[in-house]
Design a protein around this ligand. Structure first.
Ligand code: GDP
Ligand code: FE
Ligand code: FE
Length: 199
């Protein structure tokens, strides 16, 4: 059964259903359905780990809002906001979170910094991550539509410990990137170095 919470904290100038409509119109059907599953997964984790449900819902619903935007929108935003030129060496996989949060702030009127940071770091993680950031990072990875070797382990570990879930994901993502000759964004490596090695 889907959990449908009502927004009462004035975090955004929309109801949950209005936000869902805005997100729906920005995404393909498949991507939109992923977003709804991430929201449900995030709400379950937020309930379990005692994190603000409304923030978890909003962050999950908007996390991939910028995923289908043309590259030029991100390039313009990188220049306009004087973000690091280093970002220009990457693409949509990195931009939709690391830059996309600015589009979400401007276009969806999300101003809560905890929600915006959860979006910003949802792909690459961060050295320190709040519980909300960890929940969005993990919900995106383990939502029921995900199917990759190890996803069952990832779900089990995350239900035991959010921290162990983050470690599992960043380790497997880095290893996937290396195995497939993909460029590693520095923040991804920083997240790995901060969470995984026992020094
Ligand atoms: P999605 O937006 O729901 O598909 O999920 P994510 O936002 O978590 O990830 C998007 C993609 O970015 C995934 O395929 C990750 O493997 C990939 N990714 C994560 N970190 C890096 C990185 O440092 N470099 C590159 N090239 N890709 C990355
Ligand atoms: Fe994403
Ligand atoms: Fe996602």
């Amino acid at each position: 059964m889907a959990i449908e919470i009502e927004y009462t904290q004035n975090l955004i100038p929309f109801s949950r259903l209005e936000l869902i409509k805005l997100v729906n119109s920005a995404l393909t059907k498949d991507r939109f359905e992923h977003v709804l599953r991430v929201e449900q997964t995030a709400l379950k984790l937020a309930d379990k780990y005692r994190v603000n449900l409304e923030k978890a819902s909003i962050a999950a619903l908007v996390h991939d809002y910028a995923k289908q935007r043309p590259d030029q929108d991100f390039i313009n935003t990188i220049h306009e906001y004087h973000l690091s030129d280093e970002l220009l060496n990457y693409g949509n996989a990195i931009w939709h979170g690391v830059v996309g949060w600015i589009l979400i702030k401007n276009e969806l009127h999300v101003n809560d910094i905890e929600i915006l940071n959860a979006v910003k770091y949802h792909t690459v993680g961060n050295r320190y991550m709040t519980m909300l950031e960890q929940i969005i990072f993990m919900a995106d990875y383990i939502e029921p539509g995900r199917d990759f070797p190890g996803v069952a382990d990832a779900r089990e570990i995350t239900n035991e410990s959010l921290t162990q879930g983050v470690k599992y994901q960043i380790k497997h993502t880095l290893s996937y990137l290396v195995d497939n000759n993909k460029p590693v964004y520095p923040k991804t490596l920083e997240t790995y170095n901060s969470w995984v090695p026992n020094i």
